[in-house]
Structures are given as C-alpha cells and as structure tokens.
Ligand binder design. Structure first.
Ligand SMILES: NC(=O)c1ccc[n+]([C@@H]2O[C@H](COP(=O)([O-])OP(=O)(O)OC[C@H]3O[C@@H](n4cnc5c(N)ncnc54)[C@H](O)[C@@H]3O)[C@@H](O)[C@H]2O)c1
Length: 269
C-alpha cells in the first residue's frame, strides 16, 4: 500500500545502519511515498553498516556526520540543501547509544563519563541538530521533525538502564525546541514512542527476547514493527498532520495504556 503523500518533499534521515534499522525502513517508506532525502550516519556506521545499498535503492546521497558535532551538522545541512536544491521539509532523528548498556554496567554502578557520552549521542544531538536547522533557517514552513523514543522515559524498565533517562531528556528537548520551531517557523516537532524492536540498538538491551514476548502479550494490537513505525512516520512528515506538534506519540500497539492483559493473567493462573 503506497500513497504518494510526500511527493515534492525533501528531507534528511539519520540512523540507517542496516536493514533492521527503523531509519532504514523509514527511508524505504518515504521513498515509496514520493519523498527525496539525504541519508546520514556516523563515520563508524559507514564502515560497519550497509548504508550505500540503501542509497542506491532509494536514489539518495549519503553524507557522513557525527550528530554530536556541530561542524558535521552544519556541513550536513548546507550540503543536503545543495543536493536537494532547496530547503528541508522533514527530518528523522533515529539515533541512540549508551556506552553503559553496551558494556553491561548496572544502573546502580554507572560510569558517569559514559553516561554523559550516551546522553550527548541520544538526546543532546537532537538539540544540536534542531539548533543548526533553526539558525540556518533550513526548514520549509509546515515541515516536520521526528525523533524516536521509548516508554522507558515514563515508566521503569530495569534493563533499559541510562537510556531511560536519555529518552526522557530527548522528549523534553522535543517539546522545548518544538515551541520555538512552531512559533517562529511553523515547523512541527514530535517524538514517536515505538514498541521494542529487534535492531542493533534494541538487541543491546539485556533480556530483549523475553521482553518482546511480554510486550506482545500486553499489547492489544501486538508489537509495532519497524516497517509500521516507518509508515507512521510518513504520516507525520505529510501535510495530513500539520497541526500535530510537541507530542510524544505512542506507536506501540496499545502497550502504554494497558495495566494487565488477559494473556498475561492466563500465563500466571
Ligand atoms: N529497537 C528498539 O527496541 C527501539 C524502541 C524504541 C525506540 N528506539 C529508538 O529508535 C532509534 C533507532 O534505533 P534502532 O532500533 O533502529 O537501532 P539502530 O542500531 O539500527 O540505529 C541506531 C543508529 O544510531 C546511529 N548513531 C549512533 N551514534 C551516532 C552518532 N554519534 N551520530 C550519528 N548517528 C549515530 C547508529 O549508527 C545507528 O545507525 C533510536 O533512537 C532508538 O533508541 C528503538
């Protein structure tokens, strides 16, 4: 199913590492919907991932940028406008990383330098990106900026570790910057709070397999896949959602509003 609702729109997609990445699926869905974009990722991801295959498939260019570095972001935004021949209509921030999660550090025994690194990559990079876009006046009116989040920003999931705090910070930045982007430039800023998903970042969370099954049983519609998240993001980039802003939008099959499901009760009875 494909509607060309992004025909004529231009954007930047951060975070496509491999075929599992939510950003990868989003690039495919945006392309199907008629949108043009530049792909970007950190230098290390260029070496490890397969982003050039995606670029070929979607007819897009790749520009390397570490999202924590203002000089990289400045270069990216200038270059993207050059390639796309105009201002930007949509941006996806699909970036997350915790050194403490990677190295198996328990939340009660964090390395705070790693914690700082993790929040710079996972949350502050969103502020840096928006500041660049805002100051360069790089977004078209009624443009849309989306970042990906997780319900651990609101509720405790012990294995999510310091990523929970990073996501709370990310969601707050979306609201705070979204106010000024809306008021001054008529641009939307939202976060999507996605179901647990089997990706490189997702697999880093201890016990993800068990948790995926639990979330599936708790969600009336089941877990949302990366492809479904991609399609939802297309709707947020389109003109059909022009007055949606400053929101954290749950895309989780209903998980976040369920206290307990019958499936879970049956399991324990
Ligand atoms: N997988 C899940 O269960 C899940 C659930 C909800 C939200 N999310 C969020 O979705 C987003 C995408 O993650 P994913 O699950 O597709 O995993 P992924 O590992 O495919 O994507 C994470 C991306 O972040 C990029 N990145 C890391 N450091 C960077 C830097 N300094 N500069 C630029 N890019 C950098 C990586 O290269 C990678 O492409 C993340 O924000 C993640 O927290 C994931």
């Amino acid at each position: 199913m494909s509607y060309k609702i992004l025909e004529g729109k231009k954007g930047i997609i951060f975070g496509a590492l491999d075929e599992q990445s939510i950003a990868w699926k989003t690039a495919e869905s945006v392309s199907d919907a008629g949108g043009d974009f530049v792909l970007t990722n950190a230098p290390v991801a260029m070496r490890m991932g397969t982003i050039n295959d995606l670029a070929k498939k979607t007819g897009s260019k790749v520009i390397t940028a570490d999202a924590t570095k203002m000089e990289d972001l400045n270069h990216l935004i200038d270059k993207a406008q050059e390639i796309l021949e105009g201002k930007i209509d949509f941006v996806l921030h699909s970036i997350g990383m915790s050194v403490n999660v990677r190295k198996g550090k328990h939340y009660t025994n964090l390395n705070h330098d790693w914690m700082t690194k993790g929040w710079d990559v996972s949350a502050v990079s969103f502020h840096k990106l928006m500041q660049c876009l805002y100051q360069k006046n790089a977004m078209n009116e009624w443009g849309s900026i989306v970042a990906l989040s997780y319900v651990a920003a609101q509720r405790t999931f012990p294995n999510y570790n310091d990523m929970a705090d990073n996501k709370a910070y990310l969601e707050s930045i979306a609201r705070s910057f979204g106010y000024f982007f809306g008021k001054d430039k008529k641009v939307r800023v939202n976060t999507i709070s996605q179901s647990p998903t089997l990706t490189t970042a997702g697999k880093g969370v201890e016990g993800l397999d068990g948790f995926l099954k639990y979330a599936e049983k708790m969600s009336p519609l089941g877990n949302a896949t990366a492809k479904e998240c991609a399609d939802y993001t297309v709707s947020l980039f389109s003109d059909l959602t022009r007055k949606v802003t400053l929101q954290n939008l749950y895309h989780d099959g209903g998980f976040s509003n369920v206290g307990v499901s019958q499936d879970v009760i049956d399991f324990f009875t």
